[in-house]
Design a protein around this ligand. Structure first.
Ligand SMILES: Cc1cc2nc3c(=O)[nH]c(=O)nc-3n(C[C@H](O)[C@H](O)[C@H](O)COP(=O)(O)OP(=O)(O)OC[C@H]3O[C@@H](n4cnc5c(N)ncnc54)[C@H](O)[C@@H]3O)c2cc1C
Length: 398
């Protein structure tokens, strides 16, 4: 070990020295996204959350497109072609502001755009991706149905061939769809006579509607909707040609889950920072509560889990950049990081005492947001079952 005096100073913001692994471009991208979130989200997000709305979502989407955050790790078609680590850093900074903003970006880039980029025809890519990368068109991704969440194989939405031109006619309902009622294009997964296929649906197609879901107590600064498909007629070339079966949507979900591995640590970081600040200034029994051993134990445990989680995200990012990231490894990351992030937020809430439940501080907002993040993109139990199967070779899903 090097002589103690020659070691770099301990940095409370980066105790494991992970920034050493980032190059100048990584740091510049992180700073750009952090600055954007500080200017455009943080001053307003508590109000948006309280009102349960995301006003001017189209303006925000264009700004996110302007900083290259939409479809960020995709190449061509106006996308930034960033590395997986760079995309992860952006997700962390966005979710440190609010999980709703990160959800907007994840659904746009990792679900809707990723589906078209990976499985679409050249015409579909040319038509949709540049306008989605710029934020001019918002996308959504319809997989979940009222009666089929964790088990999408049984979905009821059906696409039938009709007429001599080979048109498709879609009928069914999707539920809990992020960006649904503000989307210009929906990627919709449906049963066909040949198994599950994906469809690119312009949302102004007759028979398509997307009523917004209200009364959520989580992800309140995010648009969530039903999709209603009532005899939606699409041309033959609306199908994603390269996606057959569940392999298509599951590939998209794996990409989006990877972003969540990073993002959840952003919410946790925000709560941790709020707790440290509060602990240093709030006095009880004549001194700052941060001076009590019990508070320090909480802060130390939070810091350990926070930076272990970020370390795990870095590791998975490097594997993704090397083309070596397996879906089971993404499940490992999503299971651990969302669970630990919630725990960090709840502990932060205890340190803030009664103020912990106030929207004056970000803690309760993040904690309730993470309840959705725990459920979407595969629940805790689904990721436990993925890992359980990988560890034992035994399928316990049914
Ligand atoms: C805010 C928000 C945004 C969302 N955005 C989207 C979106 O954009 N697109 C989209 O398609 N979906 C979206 N979803 C839906 C989300 O993906 C589903 O909610 C999720 O897959 C779980 O499905 P479910 O809610 O139907 O729960 P269920 O599948 O009914 O599960 C209920 C409980 O049973 C457990 N369970 C189920 N099966 C098993 C089993 N075999 N063994 C043990 N336990 C089991 C689950 O883990 C869970 O705890 C969103 C959800 C939310 C809350």
């Amino acid at each position: 070990m090097a002589e103690f005096a020659k070691l770099p100073a301990f940095d409370p913001a980066d105790p494991l020295g992970l920034d050493d692994q980032l190059d100048a471009e990584d740091l510049a991208i992180r700073d750009t996204v952090r600055t954007w979130a500080a200017d455009r989200v943080l001053p307003h997000v508590a109000g948006w959350f309280e009102e349960g709305e995301l006003p001017d979502i189209r303006g925000l989407a264009r700004e996110l497109g302007g900083i290259g955050a939409l479809g960020m790790s995709l190449t061509g078609y106006g996308c930034a072609g960033a590395s997986a680590v760079q995309y992860g850093l952006a997700c962390l900074e966005l979710e440190a502001a609010d999980s709703g903003i990160r959800s907007l970006v994840s659904v746009q880039g990792s679900l809707a755009m990723y589906a078209i980029h990976s499985f679409g025809s050249e015409e579909q890519k040319q038509h949709w991706l540049p306008r989605m990368a710029s934020g001019d068109v918002i996308g959504c991704f319809g997989l979940t149905e009222p009666d089929h969440g964790s088990d999408p194989a049984g979905m009821r939405t059906y696409a039938k061939r009709d007429g001599s031109g080979g048109d498709w006619v879609l009928n069914g309902r999707k539920m809990w769809i992020t960006n649904g009622s503000v989307a210009g294009v929906a990627v919709v997964w449906a049963q066909t006579d040949d198994g599950i296929r994906g469809f690119v649906v312009p949302t102004d197609t007759p028979g398509f509607s997307a009523p917004e879901i209200k009364h959520k107590w989580s992800l309140r600064a995010s648009v969530t909707s039903e999709l209603v498909l009532d005899d939606v007629r699409l041309p033959a070339d609306a199908v994603l040609p390269e996606a057959t079966g569940l392999r298509g949507p599951l590939g998209c979900l794996s990409h989006a889950r990877y972003g969540i591995v990073w993002g959840a640590m952003g919410a946790a970081r925000s709560c941790f920072e709020a707790a440290v600040d509060y602990a240093k200034t709030r006095e009880q029994f004549g001194r700052p509560i941060g001076g009590f051993q019990l508070t320090q134990a909480k802060l130390a445990d939070m810091a350990v889990e926070l930076h272990k989680g970020i370390l795990l995200a870095h590791h998975l990012g490097r594997r993704m950049d090397a083309g070596r990231l397996r879906p089971e490894q993404v499940s490992f990351g999503k299971l651990n990081n969302v669970r630990e992030a919630i725990d960090i937020c709840r502990t932060a809430r205890t340190i803030l005492g009664a103020n912990g439940i106030s929207l004056e501080y970000p803690v309760m907002r993040h904690a309730t947001n993470l309840e959705s993040v725990l459920t979407y993109e595969g629940t805790v139990e689904m990721h436990q079952l993925v890992l359980g199967k990988a560890l034992t070779g035994l399928d316990a899903f049914r």
